[in-house]
Design a protein around this ligand. Sequence first.
Ligand code: 5GP
Length: 191
Amino acid sequence: MKELQARIKQDGQVLGKDVLKVDSFLNHQIDPLLMQRMGEEFYQHFREFPITKILTVESSGIAPAVMTGLAFQKPVVFARKHKSLTLKDDLYVADVYSFTKKTANKISVSRKFLSATDHVLIVDDFLANGQAVAGLTDIIKQADAHLEGIGIVIEKTFQKGRQLIDRQHIPIFSLARIKAFENGQVVFEEE
Ligand code: 5GP
């Protein structure tokens, strides 16, 4: 998505060798019009899929997921993050190792909001090593729901997430694909 690439070039900050800070439009302050156009892009890509629900994880996935749900006119569910969680019967629970915080978390979704009749589109802000997507995929499996595809706002193709997803033959679509950070600058796959 050209508009997103331009925005990343303009406002993104490269931190260290593998983190991109985009808190002026995605991760802290949110640009709602850009989010809306991103939701529309995901819709255009996945519109032929029988999606019944959008699934993401709090908090940064929520804005793009809501706009995708709006485009599909389907509900959006976000997994909640917990430091620890004692087993609860009414929740699906999965483990996720946080890429940015370097901590292990549990994520959970209420059994009320995901079931075997659901066809799910996962939406998240970043794909790095694929841990967040793996946790969400685990929850979808526990619910006996069907994973239709994955929509990612910013994919870093030099990390392991894409390989993990491709190995499972899950359709994936990313709006911006970053090949490398070179001298503090972002290089996109499509450049
Ligand atoms: P993964 O689970 O794929 O390793 O990492 C994905 C999660 O980590 C995303 O949900 C996102 O919140 C966070 N993340 C990964 N890489 C970045 C990054 O470069 N910048 C920011 N802001 N968040 C990231």
